[in-house]
Design a binder for this molecule. Structure first.
Ligand SMILES: Nc1ncnc2c1ncn2[C@@H]1O[C@H](COP(=O)(O)OP(=O)(O)OP(=O)(O)O)[C@@H](O)[C@H]1O
Ligand SMILES: [Mg+2]
Length: 401
């Protein structure tokens, strides 16, 4: 059974250390982070999605209480414990309506904390079904338009589904100009706007009912029907939608508009991996540099930020080796240029990983998906060789020969 993962947000160094020391020896418990500051704590919570957060409230400002309410809205399955030096009924009521499960009086009595944690550990719903899923959030992003972000998001979702690693959800968060549904030739009944309007009522088990189904096996949530509907969606609704998806799918692939608007930043903030799509052209590379600078300022770890080069031509004028040296990145993947196949995939609503799976572009995207799914370098290629091996056995020779 997996450990109970906890994050502690407390401005008092002594209290925090005492809690951490106590939790670190409790069986079945793992402290995944701690922060003195609520803004840093919030980011840490979003990135780790712990089972329990312990937050100090009732201090000079209201930031602890706000953090509790935000976490409750974004991650309803995370248990919130708050601690406060005051026991007044108003504060307790406020904490309860911010979603707190336990109210601990400061100085915190550690045996009481243990009891509260044991209650969560015993809770049978902790490991139940789809509601407990914590899908990986993979976001495709570019701050330059037209570089292939939507093409790669749709193909990756379909490619991951082919790997058979659990259900895959694809969301179009290019709210104004999205075209995921049209790339997949779907006419969905519901859009992001419809789901957002029902956010309080929709459970992880019910999400799939809102989504259009593509022949590849993926479930797709399309962009809103009108610009007004798109504009009405707030950053916090964006995060809640994403978290809901995460509870329902093993992989959540998100397509985003170009540039850094507030909603996109929310998505980037919670993403497990961000694929910045670029190509080897001067305008795209200028934008890539700006983008990498922003992510470095935001202190996103290098493991989360993956640069992928689309329409790569090894004979092109701009040398990738020089670019990666001056911009300081290692390309995670290079996708070949194949306009005809990509375009025909878009026009028929069949991503190349399905419709042209034996082509160079089809194989490249499928190998990328294997790498994303965490397969070793050998497996990434072996998936291909394995298939040609079967053909080889049937026809007495391998594809490479
Ligand atoms: N690997 C590729 N080889 C050739 N053409 C490609 C490749 N990837 C994408 N394209 C083409 O590039 C064009 C733009 O692709 P796409 O719409 O996916 O980009 P985008 O970054 O999402 O654009 P937007 O800014 O409009 O959202 C499409 O016409 C598509 O066919
Ligand atoms: Mg796009």
């Amino acid at each position: 059974m997996s450990n109970l993962r906890i994050i502690v947000v407390d401005s008092d160094e002594v209290t925090r250390r005492a809690i951490l020391a106590h939790l670190s020896v409790l069986p079945g418990v793992e402290v995944v982070g701690d922060a003195a500051d609520t803004a840093i704590g919030h980011r840490m919570i979003r990135q780790n999605r712990p089972d329990v957060v312990l937050i100090e409230v009732g201090g000079m400002d209201d930031s602890g209480m706000r953090l509790a309410a935000d976490v409750h809205g974004e991650m309803p399955r995370t248990a919130i414990f708050v601690s406060s030096p005051h026991k007044n009924p108003d504060l307790i009521l406020k904490a309860m309506s911010a979603g707190a499960k336990e109210f601990l009086l400061r100085p915190i009595e550690l045996h009481i904390l243990t009891k509260s944690i044991e209650k969560i550990l015993r809770d049978p719903s902790r490991h139940e079904g789809a509601g407990g899923r914590k899908g990986r959030l993979l976001t495709f992003f570019s701050n330059k338009g037209g570089v292939g972000t939507t093409t790669l998001a749709t193909n990756t979702a379909a490619g991951l589904a082919k790997e058979g690693l659990g259900p895959v959800g694809l969301v179009d968060f290019d709210l104004q100009l999205g075209n995921v549904a049209s790339f997949l030739n779907l006419s969905p009944s519901y859009t992001v706007y419809d789901l957002v309007s029902q956010l309080d009522k929709v459970t992880p088990e019910a999400v799939d009912g809102f989504l259009a189904k593509h022949e590849s096996g993926i479930s797709v949530l399309a962009e809103p029907k009108t610009p007004a509907e798109a504009e009405s969606i707030t950053p916090s609704q964006t995060t809640r939608t994403i978290e809901l998806f995460r509870s329902a799918y093993s992989y959540v692939v998100v397509d985003t508009p170009k540039g850094f608007d507030e909603r996109t930043l929310e998505i980037l903030d919670c993403s497990d991996e961000i694929f910045i799509v670029s190509e080897l052209s001067l305008p795209a590379l200028r934008n890539l540099k700006k983008c990498l600078d922003v992510f470095r300022d935001l202190q996103y770890s290098e493991a989360r930020v993956r640069v992928v080069i689309n329409r790569y031509d090894p004979k092109g004028i701009i040398r990738l080796e020089e670019v990666q040296q001056s911009l300081r990145f290692e390309p995670f993947w290079k996708f070949p240029n194949d306009f005809l196949r990509i375009m025909s995939g878009i026009n028929t609503g069949t991503p190349v990983v399905i419709g042209a799976e034996e082509s160079e572009i089809g194989r490249s995207i499928q190998q990328f998906c294997r790498k994303v799914a965490g397969k070793s370098a050998e497996e990434v290629v072996a998936g291909e060789k394995g298939r040609s091996g079967v053909l080889g056995r049937l026809f007495g020779k391998s594809r490479e020969e």
